[in-house]
Design a protein around this ligand. Structure first.
Ligand code: C5P
Length: 248
């Protein structure tokens, strides 16, 4: 078990979602907070406005990047994208499980050619905002049904792990055991920083880890804090992963 974990070798299970279009602020937070977290997530918002600089800065600072562009395209396109990733700082990528077995297998093939340096391949099961009504109109009986069917297909097609809501972690561990790398957004620290925003069914970092999460993806609670570094350190302390009393 855990081959992907030892390859990633993250310093802690916190991933800062740097969802900022503002390049200057983004670069400042990346420099300040990046060295203290396990990973920094680059989604479409920063990628489209300052993606190259994001990647260069992370590479220079030795901060692993989770490139969260959630691909959902024909197998050949996904193969080409993954065969030409622009930076070795990219240690994890996402695609939509709904893209199907052929797309995921193509992604796996492209990454296998990179050997030990290949980033982790993570499949998004059901986006966390989807309501039961929406999920049923997509053809699943429930969120649990969708996550288990999509997750099973993605893992058997070559994904290293899955993204899901924290409420679905226990079911996932029961179904697939300890091997898949499970990534969870929908995390809200306990205490004042823990406003729910649009995250329904949010869990605290500790609850999500207890339920089997490998990576806690947290954005707004840290980005909108008066002091993002302090908020990060508080969250790390909450999960017993704070480095030392000083900030060094
Ligand atoms: O809510 P927060 O800013 O912590 O979100 C962090 C990440 O979680 C976002 O980048 C987004 O990808 C994901 N997210 C989600 N479902 C939501 C809101 C955000 O999966 N309802």
């Amino acid at each position: 078990m855990g081959e992907i974990r030892s390859r990633l070798h993250l310093k802690n299970p916190l991933c800062l979602a740097l969802d900022l279009a503002d390049r200057d602020r983004g670069l400042a937070i990346l420099a300040l907070v990046g060295p203290h977290v396990g990973m920094v997530k680059c989604g479409s918002v920063p990628f489209l406005s300052w993606g190259r600089e994001f990647l260069s800065a992370a590479e220079e600072a030795g901060v692993p990047v989770f490139l969260d562009l959630k691909w959902h395209d024909i197998p050949n396109t996904v193969f080409e994208v993954l065969s030409s990733l622009p930076s070795p700082a990219i240690r994890m990528v996402t695609l939509h499980a709904q893209g199907g077995e052929g797309m995921i297998a193509s992604a796996r093939q492209a990454l296998n050619a990179m050997g030990e340096n290949a980033p982790a391949l993570i499949a998004v099961t059901l986006l966390t905002h989807l309501t039961l009504d929406e999920v049923q109109r997509l053809g699943y009986k429930s969120r649990e049904d969708g996550v288990s069917r999509l997750g099973k297909m993605a893992l058997s097609s070559g994904a290293d792990g899955l993204v899901m809501a924290p409420g679905e972690l226990r079911q996932a561990r029961n179904l697939w055991g300890p091997t898949p790398f499970l990534v969870t957004p929908g995390i809200r620290p306990s205490g004042p920083a823990g406003s729910k925003d649009d995250q329904a069914n949010a869990k605290t970092p500790r609850e999500a880890l207890e339920d089997g999460s490998d990576l806690l993806v947290v954005g707004r609670p840290l980005l909108s804090a008066h002091d993002p570094l302090e908020a990060t350190m508080t969250l790390l302390a909450e999960i017993g992963a704070a480095p030392s009393p000083h900030r060094g």
